[in-house]
Design a protein around this ligand. Sequence first.
Ligand code: SF4
Length: 189
Amino acid sequence: MMAKKESVLLHSCCAPCSINAISCLQADMDVTLYFFNPNITDRGEYEKRRDGVVKLAEIMKVAWWEGDYDSERFCGAVLTKAGMETLGEGGERCRNCYRYRLSETGRAAAAFDFFATTLTHSPHKDAAVINQIGREIAGLRSNETKKKLPQYLDSDWKKNDGIKRALAFAKEYNLYRQKYCGCEWSKSK
Ligand code: SF4
């Protein structure tokens, strides 16, 4: 009898950033994509990215799941100080944003062995910072519940020419590629 594969709930920010992550994980694990991105404050843009992820899930034959979309709540949670709207990408507002999306992914992953994120694919994001936040969330949740909970999987999907390969795949399958990070404050950056 074949051993059951371990399962991972993979937080997916968009289709292009998810390609390498799925390719790397699906040989050994059961992958479910989790589209939880209330940071995309423009609903039309949100729907284009979600539909891209659904299309990719069909192409790569993985399950997908959509989280709640409440961008007002997101803005309230990440703007913890005056003036944070003007910060560039990678600053304190972004760290709050990673934490918000990964906390929810950790909670949603209760029935999975692991959770992970595609955010580390972006060349504009520091994988070490994101991984540190993911590990903290996994640790906090274990302490809160005292149960065996999903572990966070470290990643850096852009390594080994990951961006080039993902771009070629996205072009081949005509997957939607966004022009800005997601929140309204990143539109003009
Ligand atoms: S720039 Fe991107 S990572 Fe930073 S807060 Fe906006 S959506 Fe989140």
